[in-house]
Structures are given as C-alpha cells and as structure tokens.
Design a protein around this ligand. Structure first.
Ligand code: PLP
Length: 282
C-alpha cells in the first residue's frame, strides 16, 4: 500500500512518524474515515467539515484547505487503485519534546491510508449484526472525533470475545451510541435516535439518512432510548461511513425482528447505497 505522510506518498514500509508525535504520546489528534465506492469518495465534504470542526474544538489549526485535502484523498485512491473501501485520515498536533501544554511553532502531522473492503455486499447485510452492550467509559467530549479510542477498543474487544460483531455503549441505562456508529431503533414507522450533544459523535451517515426521510413514509423521533426499550424494539440498526445502514438482529442475546433484517432498515440501506454510489452529495 501507498500511504501519505506529511506531503509524501510512500510505500507503507518506508513511512515514518516521530516517537515524539503527540498523536502517539497524548492521542492529541483527530481522524476521519470516508468511504469509497466505484473509486469515488462518499460525502467527503461533510467529513472534512467535521474534521475542521473537531480540530477547531482542540485548537489545532489546519494548514490545508478543503480542496487540498480532497485532492490528497483522490490521489490516494488513484495510487492504491481503490475501488471500494475507506480512506483514513489522521491529523495530530505534531512532534515536540513531551510536555502537556501546546508547544510553540509545532507543525501538524498528516497521515492518510486506504483500506480495501466490501461495504455494499458485506456478508452481515443478509444476517444482521450481533451486538452486545458495554459501559460507556469515554470522556465528556465525544462530539470531537479524537484518536483517543480506548473506550471503543475495550468495548469492541469485549464484543469480539462474546462472539458478537459490535458493541453499543450504555450510560445510566441509556444507549449513547455504537462503539463506532450511530445507534437507532424502529417502532412502527418511527425511527428513534438520540439528539446530538457532547455525548455522541455527530454522524455524517445519520445526517444523510435524515435527509432522505422525506422520500419515505418514515418519521424521526429524536430522543434518547434505554437499553430496555431497544431490547423490545421492532428493528434496530446502526449507521456509519463504513457500515452504511446495517441491521442489528441480536442485542445482548435477545433476538430482534426474529433474527432477520427488518424492512425499514433494508429500505434505508437501499436508499443510502444509491446515494453513496452518486458520491453522496446531499
Ligand atoms: N459514533 C462513533 C463513536 C463513531 O466512531 C462513528 C464513526 O466512526 C459514528 C458514530 C458514525 O459516524 P459517521 O456516520 O460519520 O461514520
């Protein structure tokens, strides 16, 4: 694979980052993941807008324009001949002798790599995913897409050990979100997902799904829901840049929708895939 590091496109074996990089030492950095379908970026502008917002919230000035960042993404897709998969971007405050406060005159580190994956025909689309819950151990600024992901790592490791595909994070009995996705439940024609706040990452896929609702007869109820309510839901699903709209058919060992993906989830997935194939511009 060819990776991008600070202005250079290099074979991954040749790429180097300083031991003193604050991304490595403090998780002082931000990331984004954009999907690629048919060699084209999906909703990249929205991901870059969130990148700018996350960087703003931690006072990390971004020296690259949005146009430059899109061009780097496109060059990475070309150099890696990526048809379907994801582009991961990480920006950190840069490298300096270890000290908590921001060093003066530090230059940010920018890294991109690609991952070839089958998102559209993922095998879990037919079966739905098995989800287990895990305590939400994360900090209070989950709206910032920080590279500090230990809470998610522990949750997903727990899920893997339970033979599940993913984890939902729970705080005071309420589902905050998936470990790397927005969590939704369905009751009749109503989709339920919690409001945006510091407690959750504002999902780009969530926003896209909400924009489509006008094309359907579904309505949206923006509110928190408890684990208890989710266990009793008619359908459940997650949304993310890489899962798209993915049915959840088992939650903490309880079967949802008789263990098969539900019609509402599959309809939303179909609309999302169409949108993503067109580059995902809303
Ligand atoms: N919530 C968390 C914690 C995530 O890590 C992600 C995606 O990585 C999402 C939600 C979904 O966001 P998006 O739809 O922008 O991928």
């Amino acid at each position: 694979r060819i990776v991008y590091v600070n202005g250079e496109y290099l074979p991954e074996e040749e790429a180097k980052i300083s031991v003193f990089d604050r991304g490595f030492i403090f998780a002082d950095g931000i990331y984004e993941v954009s999907a690629v379908l048919g060699g084209k970026l999906v909703d990249c502008e929205a991901h870059l807008a969130r990148l700018e917002r996350s960087c703003g919230e931690i006072n990390l000035p971004l020296p690259w324009s949005r146009t430059e960042l899109v061009a780097i993404h496109e060059e990475m897709i070309k150099r890696n001949a990526l048809d379907e998969g994801g582009v991961y971007l990480q920006v950190t405050r840069g490298a300096a002798d270890r000290d908590f406060a921001f060093p003066k005159d530090i230059k940010p580190t920018l890294v991109l790599f690609t991952q070839a994956r089958n998102y559209v025909n993922a095998p879990t689309v037919k079966t739905g995913i098995k989800v287990v819950t895990f305590p939400d151990l994360r900090w209070e600024r989950r709206d910032i897409k920080s590279v500090g992901l230990l809470g998610q790592v522990l949750a997903k490791q727990y899920a893997a050990e339970q033979g599940a595909n993913d984890a939902w994070l729970v705080e005071d009995g309420v589902v905050t979100e998936g470990a790397s996705a927005t969590a939704w439940i369905v009751k009749g024609k109503t989709l339920i997902s919690r409001p945006l706040s510091n407690k959750v990452l504002p999902g780009i896929t969530r926003k896209a799904v909400l924009a489509f609702l006008a094309e359907t007869d579904f309505t949206f109820e923006e509110r928190t829901f408890t684990l208890e309510e989710a266990l009793d839901a008619e359908e459940a699903f997650i949304t993310s840049a890489t899962a798209f709209v993915m049915p959840v058919t088992s939650l903490d060992g309880h079967t949802i929708h008789n263990g098969a993906p539900g019609p509402t989830t599959l309809r939303l997935r179909e609309i999302y895939v169409d949108f993503a194939r067109k580059g995902g511009v809303l």
